[in-house]
Design a protein around this ligand. Sequence first.
Ligand SMILES: [Zn+2]
Length: 925
Amino acid sequence: MRAFIRLGLAAALVAPTFASAQAMDSTFAEHEKAWTTRPEFSSALVDHLPAGGAVPSPRDVLGHDIGAPRVLDYYADILKYYRALAAASPSVKIIETGKTEEGRPTVMVVISSQANISNLDQNRRNLVRLGDPRSLSPDEAKALIAKTKPMYVLLGGLHSGETGPPEMLMELAYRLVTEDSPLIQRIRDNVIVAINPATDPDGRDRYTDWYYENKVDDTNDLDPVPGAPYWGKYIFHDDNRDINYSGYSATNLLKWYLEWRPQVMHDLHESVPFLYAFSGQPPQNPDLDPILYAELPWFADFEMAQLTKMGMPGVWNFGYVDAWSPGYVAFMSSNHNGLVRFYETFGNGGATTELRHVKPVDGPGQDQHAMDQTKREWFRPNPPYKTVEWSMRDNTNYMQTAMLTALQLTSQFPDQILENFYKKNLDSLEAGRTKPPYAFIIPGAQLDMTRAALLVNILRLQGIEVGRTEAPLNLADGAFPAGSFVVKLDQPYGRLAKVLLQKQDFPDPKLKTYDDSAWTMGMMAHVKVLAIKDPKALEAAAPLIERDQPAGAIDPPGARAYAVLDHGSIELARLRYRLKDTLIRIVEQTFVAGGKSVPAGSFIVDGSAYEKLKEEAVPLGLTVVALEAPPTVATHEAAAPRVAVYSTWGSTQNVGWVRYAFDEYGTPYSLIFKDDVRKGRLRARYDVIIVPSQGRNSRALVWDVPMRGKPLAYEKTARYRNLGDYGVSPDIRGGMGLEGLEALRQFVQEGGVLITLGDSSAMPADFGIAPDVQAAPASKDFYAPGPIVQAKITKPGNPVFYGYDDASFPVRWATNSLFSVPELHRDEVLMEFPGSKAGVLSGLMTTPDEVKHRPAIIDQPLGEGRILMFATNPIYRDQTFGEYRMLYNALFNYRQLGLGTETLEPTGEDAAGEGDTHTESGADW
Ligand SMILES: [Zn+2]
């Protein structure tokens, strides 16, 4: 009763802005009421929908109203709806932005008044001008703001298991196009809304299949049926951590964003009850504009106040996610002087109504407040219920009501939104002009410029201006050769460049952060990047470049052999696979040939393969020198081992990053799962098995999806065409089990190389497969959310370090475990963490003394083979470009991993009969 009264009052309060003489769709109203589980879970903004007319409602096209129980729409149907809407209304325009990995089109659906849509391109040009105040006087800006509409972008379905937003957005679109209430009319007149219907379209279809096959009847929230093993092709939930834009969907969005320059980008997620609006809590990135941190609570507080006034319980906006990492997709907005926003709305992982238990949740970023989200707090004045019957329609109502409230605020302050946007861009120019650093310089003539190019091209993708010097440049900070890259910070995205390139000084070790504490690009890529304090850098002659393609070089033909110099380029890996039919030998030590230094790890190719070598190596930016005499040091054949990558079914994400990198660099591999491993006889099939970091711990890695409930098939059928990609299983439950573990041990015994990455390295230690190694949790004070730390090579002659010119370098901290080996076996440690405060190069590690002299890479011989255990994660999120080569080195030199240690282990007979080990100097090349 109380709820009813509250709702009635709220409806009365909201009515003036919503009143309409329009005919309403009574069937919709009946559905909305029936599918909403409690009256207070609806609002006067969403309990009705205009009827009929020429513009099709979602039900007209899809056959159901939004929020229908047990119904999810496939992406093609979602697009079909928006295309029908656009065909029927001049208030809608669809912009094609590209394709996904699996070929689905990505689009933006733009909605506004007819007049605004007619003026869309002029408006876009105005926004672009406001976004670059260098060619704009304050008076011009003022005049421009007066005739320009702000643009508000909505993203739904980035996370495919969060199924509500793509449904809700269709109804919101219809409402925005058709409703003639003062509220909606004002939004149409004053705001241009752009909807990204499903930000991971491939994942939408895969999850929808999975839902219908396995989850539609599941109502047990305490022991739910697991979600789909894959969403999109590679990276699952990390599509919201894709800081370098590896995914097509993110890249398409970024390119569109930079062309259109919207002011607000709002990403719709699902998790906590009932609706959380991001307000940018600490730690905050201090290099983003202070205005941003005022705008965030401005919106979030308005939403909380409005929905609370309407009687909707459980709306809150603090105590969950902070504003430190710039790597979330919608952060592209604040990174470019716009406004990032997001909601978490309560969701059931599908459209099935469930009794939900709102229990305290563990998670990052949540230390400061009890994690009981049903508890009243200053930021949660009307908390969610402890148990609740929750439906898809409840989810739609909350999200849509809040969305309309956010659009209402935007429509009431369009000029302020645009002023803020203009001012933030102006502030960025000013920051770069007035305080150091004034620029970042990536010096030319670094030994490997291909990784510099990776970095430069990511900056360019983000719209950051990069120049290149054509003559030597002398500054107080140093002398830089021609060909150096200069990123001047007096540009609209100068602050973004600073955020990405500088060291991260975490502001307070008592604070937690939701994701990584560090991402410094130069450290991640092992590229020298200097912050420049000399303001003269701003005047440096450095013509802007579109993108960088480093020049490779090769000596003239006719020499007996050629050396591809190795200074750590990942392109050497690509070259290895492109020259798969060419004999390549690897030099084991640095030597001098014709006055040129040829580093250990360099590839030696016979002169007879000159044309092929030239064709492949030069475009990759590699340097190839002629050798007139045989190397004076030992060489061995660069192997192309039969590689398997092991994947669990319950945690495919980090495996996905390895798959992404391997596909990117043309690396052949077999993706294997529990059944392949349990079958045994692995040595006959593979030379190297890589177990990427995955699962919560060793036990989860071995036992994976629990054997509860019914079998869970991941197979393609006529009905479920999106399943069975990137692996197939009649039942994904059960894990490799002890049988699989024994098969892996056997594989090593028989001469295989098992490589474990990051947290997976605890598995051989915990289960005794690596008898010399212990893995233990750190102390409870230890907190290290992905800082960049110093690593020191302890076995410099080991092939794992070919191409690494320095004995110490930065790596990303990657495990929850601390490893140790007894002194007796210390020679198995190839790399260690020096630890201590000085060893933390960027980001946060609270008690760095705990990692002092801890192994970072361990080479554990076992039987005829070995286990190479990385406590680091050499392939992490398309980001640790400086570490990739350690993994590739382990592949190309898998038979020589004992080199450069105290004892040289004899390697076993190779299954393929290629028993090539290293040869002494004067090899038969
Ligand atoms: Zn999410």
